[in-house]
Write a new protein. Structure first.
Length: 421
RNA sequence: GGAGAGGUGGGUGAGUGGCUGAAACCAACGGUUUGCUAAACCGUCGUACGGGGUAAACCUGUACCGAGAGUUCAAAUCUCUCCCUCUCCGCCA
């Protein structure tokens, strides 16, 4: 959510930002509602002022034993007027709020303007694509051969996109989760284990609701949502809190399964582990001072990149263009890892600065040192990392001519084995 | 799921219809003292949205004591509904 005052004072900047993201511009309507809301507030407040003054008078007169019938009569009329203005005000407020929740975050000036994947800017690359003298298998071919993930039985148990990991496949998952968490904790992130279901308020706070409801699995009977990412519960961890400036930045990491409906996906995108309805991820979340959020974004990116480096997986960093960014983000990087079997880049991390967009929705502020007024913090998050595609890249890039897979050294102490197959 | 107790400012916690935006304490912040630290003492100290002020200061209005509705001229305070927390019982991994 954007600051209504900012919208009021810089409508053109906001409209430009919305246009760049390719979203619907409802700013004129917002301004119109805002103006009538403020008119109603002023009218109502004048009447309430009258009510308060006269009521005080009545109290005084009664204490003095005087008759107060006349002012009481007057106040009955005022009371009704206040009530009808409040009702109208409420209606306008609800409409305005609904609209404001649907206004996207505006992109940072450094974000390239564009709508297509080719408008994303590659800003760096790490590692060399492996060179091999045999035909590389895809990870689903390797999985089939090694028997470490069972898609068919998963589909029988639940449905497509819910694989069962087994034997060394299961152990590899567990190893990666532990590796990612240990690395995060070593870099100053506090480990949280949050709920896997959230209520509607939390989902609205991070921006999944109202517009992305179809992304999530819902539990209608209890009015809950399965989390699509740990971002949702972890960012809401400090909802409605006033933080102390000296406690910032607050850095958290959390491992959770993630649940996504992914309606409408098809083709090679969904082969094997490329896109699942349930997958594991370690997420990093930061609450930071608004003045330093772009530095924090870079260090968050570095934290995620380090994992890929330790795993020896070649990757590239993309600065996402305005059209490829989500509704809530001001700036976003994607990390994409090279998978030799599929000969394509796989997104394994998405690292974003939301500025105050989420903080305003979830009402997380910090009190500046000294006597300043509370300010909204900035929130950021990044995957570090999403497991299935890391597994996919690991299998494909570290395969041997015989179809075995060598485990990178950084994982040995977590897996307890050095090769699969 | 059943019974009971409770939800007040950054925190603890007073407050049962008008003089309460809210005592007191703690924390925080500013200062005095001190060789430094600590302690002690003095002072400041809720948030949001308006209006005034060139503006910081400051003055002023309204709202907010879990959420919503109601009673009343007037609600933190009375009534109802809902949410949450705690205790006991039941069920259960």
């Amino acid at each position: 959510m954007l600051d209504i005052r900012f919208i009021r004072e810089h409508p053109d900047v906001v409209k430009e930002g919305i246009r760049k993201k390719g979203e619907v511009d409802m700013i004129d309507k917002v301004l119109e509602l805002d103006a009538s809301l403020r008119a109603l507030i002023q009218k109502g407040e004048a009447l309430k002022n009258r009510r308060n003054t006269v009521s005080e008078e009545i109290g005084k007169q009664k204490r003095d034993g005087k008759d107060a019938a006349a002012p009481i009569k007057e106040m009955e009329a005022v009371k009704n007027e206040i009530k009808s203005i409040d009702e109208e005000l409420r209606r306008v407020e609800v409409t305005l709020n609904k609209l404001l929740l649907a206004v996207p975050n505006i992109p940072h000036p450094s974000v390239p303007v564009g709508t297509k994947p080719t408008d994303n800017k590659e800003i760096s690359k790490w590692g060399e694509k492996p060179v091999i003298d045999f035909k590389a298998r895809t990870h689903w071919e390797l999985i089939d051969k090694l028997g470490i993930v069972d898609f068919d039985r998963g589909a029988r148990i639940t449905g497509a996109g819910f694989p069962v990991y087994k034997d060394r496949g299961a152990k590899l998952q567990r190893a990666l989760i532990n590796f990612f968490l240990d690395e995060a904790v070593a870099r100053g992130y506090r480990e949280l284990q949050p709920p896997l279901m959230v209520n509607a308020t939390s989902a609205t706070g991070t921006g999944q609701l109202p517009d992305k409801e179809d992304l999530m699995y819902t539990i209608p009977k209890d009015d809950l949502y399965l989390i699509p990412t740990a971002e949702v519960p972890v960012t809401n961890y400090h909802r409605d809190e006033l933080l102390a400036e000296q406690d910032l930045p607050l850095k958290y990491c959390a491992y959770t399964p993630c649940f996504r409906r992914e309606a409408g996906s098809y083709g090679k995108d969904v082969r094997g582990l490329n896109r699942l309805h349930q997958f594991d991820k370690v997420e990093l979340v930061k609450f930071v001072h608004p003045g330093v959020s772009y530095n924090e974004l870079e260090s968050l990116r570095a934290d995620a990149e380090l994992l890929l480096q330790k795993l020896g997986l070649p990757y590239r960093v993309l600065l996402m263009c305005t059209g490829d960014m989500g509704f809530t983000q001001a700036k976003k990087y994607d990390l994409e890892v090279w998978a030799i079997g599929q000969e394509r880049w796989l997104e394994v991390s998405s690292i974003s600065n939301f500025e105050a967009f989420q903080a305003r929705r979830i009402n997380v502020r910090m009190r500046p040192r000294g006597s300043g007024k509370p300010e909204f913090v900035h929130t950021l998050n990044g995957s570090a990392l999403a497991l299935p595609r890391v597994v996919a890249a690991l299998l494909e890039n570290y395969q041997t001519p015989e179809g075995k897979v060598v485990i990178p050294k950084a994982l040995h102490k977590y897996t307890g084995f050095e090769v699969i197959g």
